[in-house]
Ligand binder design. Structure first.
Ligand code: ADP
Ligand code: MG
Length: 344
C-alpha cells in the first residue's frame, strides 16, 4: 500500500433518527479506484451511510474524510462525490446529450466544452449514437447508463450508487453488472455501490462490507465472505449455508462452537466416508429439486438437523435417488467454516 490517503475514511460514523440508530459507529477505509459494495438487508443502514458521505445528512457523531480531507461539515457541492440513484430521474424534455451536459452547465462550463465532455461521457457508457434521443426513446438499461454518464461527466473522484440496478429486470441487470464493472475500470474512479443482492455484490466488487443493524458485520473480498463467513448472519445472508449448532458440531464435525458448510461442498453417497480428511453423517433423503444447473437435495440427518446438498448437473441421465432413501452426506474437513459468535 502507498502512503496516499484512502478515497474515503469513516471514523466512528454514527447517525441517529430519534430513537433509531441507523448507523452505529462505523469505521471504514475505501481505497482510491476500488469497487466497493455495501451489502445488507433492508433497513441495515446502507443508504444512510451513502447519504452521509454525499453530505445529504449530517452525522450524529464521527467523521468523514475524502482523500485525507475532513469533509464532515462541508456542503454536498463542496465534496468531490456524485450520486446515482435507483430512479434515475432524467429530464424528459431534454435530449440525452443535454441531460448529461446539465451538471456542466450548472457549473458554468462553456457550451463547446460541455458538448465535448458530455459526448465523451456517453462514449464511455457506449451510448454516443443515442445523444440526440429523448430519454423516453431508450430502454431501462440505456436510461440507467445515461444517469451514469450524467454523474461521471463532472469527473467526481468517488461515485456513490444506491441500488442503481434495482429497477431493472434480471436479464438486463446481469448485463448492466458487466457493463458497470467495465465502466468503473475504464474511468478508474472509486465506486461505492449499495445493494441488498448478495450475488450482485460478489460479482462486482473488489471488497464488500456486510451491514447488519447499522454496523459492519464483516468486511472482506467476495472470496473471503463466501468461503470464510465470520458469523451466522454472514453465512446465512451471503449465499446459503448449512449451519451446525455447537451440539451437532461436536457430534458430527468433532469441533467446538458453531460451524457452517456450503451446500456445494456436501456430497451424497451410499456409504460412509473412509478417505482421510473426510467425514460423513447418515440421514434420509427427503427431497430432490432439479434446478437446471444442478440438483438440490434435502436430507434429514439422523442427528436431528436438515441439510441441503447441491450437486452439479454433470450427468446425462436423471438421478435415480428417491425420496426416503438412506444416504450418507459427506464433506471434507477443509470445507468446514468455524463461525465466530457476535461480540468476539
Ligand atoms: P438500507 O438502505 O440499508 O435499507 P437505511 O439507511 O435506509 O437502510 O435505513 C436504516 C434505518 O434508519 C432504518 O431503520 C430506517 O427506517 C431508518 N431511517 C432512515 N432514514 C430515516 C429518516 N429520514 N428518518 C427516520 N428514520 C430513518
Ligand atoms: Mg437503501
Amino acid at each position: 500500500m502507498s502512503d496516499a490517503p484512502p478515497a474515503i475514511r469513516l471514523t466512528g460514523l454514527t447517525k441517529e433518527f430519534g430513537s433509531v440508530t441507523a448507523v452505529d459507529h462505523v469505521d471504514l477505509e475505501i481505497g482510491a479506484g476500488e469497487f466497493f459494495s455495501m451489502l445488507g438487508p433492508s433497513g441495515s443502514g446502507k443508504t444512510t451511510v451513502l447519504r452521509l458521505i454525499a453530505g445529504f445528512e449530517q452525522p450524529t457523531g464521527g467523521t468523514i474524510e475524502l482523500f485525507g480531507q475532513d469533509v464532515t461539515k462541508k456542503a454536498p457541492f463542496d465534496r468531490d462525490v456524485n450520486t446515482v440513484f435507483q430512479d434515475y430521474a432524467l429530464f424528459p424534455h431534454m435530449s440525452v446529450l443535454d441531460n448529461v451536459a446539465y451538471g456542466l452547465r450548472v457549473r458554468g462550463v462553456k457550451r463547446a466544452e460541455r458538448r465535448d465532455r458530455a459526448m465523451k461521457a456517453l462514449e464511455a457508457v457506449r451510448l454516443a449514437q443515442y445523444a440526440e434521443r429523448k430519454p423516453a426513446q431508450l430502454s431501462g438499461g440505456q436510461r440507467q447508463r445515461v444517469a451514469l454518464a450524467r454523474a461521471t461527466v463532472v469527473e467526481p473522484k468517488v461515485l456513490l450508487l444506491d441500488e442503481p440496478l434495482g429497477a431493472l429486470d434480471l436479464k438486463l441487470r446481469e448485463q448492466m453488472q458487466v457493463e458497470l464493472k467495465q465502466i468503473q475500470r475504464d474511468l478508474g474512479i472509486t465506486f461505492i455501490f449499495v445493494t441488498h443482492d448478495q450475488e450482485e455484490a460478489l460479482t462486482l466488487s473488489d471488497r464488500v462490507a456486510v451491514f447488519h443493524d447499522g454496523r459492519i458485520e464483516q468486511l472482506g473480498t467476495p472470496w473471503e465472505l463466501y468461503e470464510q463467513p465470520a458469523s451466522r448472519f454472514v453465512a446465512d445472508f451471503v449465499g446459503t449455508s448449512n449451519l451446525f449448532d455447537p451440539e451437532r458440531s461436536a457430534a458430527l464435525i468433532g469441533r467446538e462452537g458453531e460451524h457452517s458448510i456450503r451446500p456445494e461442498k456436501l456430497t451424497l453417497n451410499a456409504h460412509a466416508a473412509t478417505a482421510h480428511g473426510e467425514r460423513s453423517a447418515p440421514g434420509t433423503l427427503v427431497e430432490s429439486i432439479y434446478v437446471g444447473s444442478g440438483i438440490r437435495r434435502v436430507v434429514d440427518l439422523d442427528a436431528g438437523m436438515r441439510v441441503t446438498v447441491l450437486e452439479r448437473n454433470d450427468r446425462s441421465r436423471a438421478s435415480d435417488d428417491e425420496r426416503g432413501d438412506r444416504v450418507h452426506v459427506t464433506w471434507h474437513d477443509a470445507d468446514v467454516v468455524p463461525l465466530i459468535p457476535p461480540g468476539e
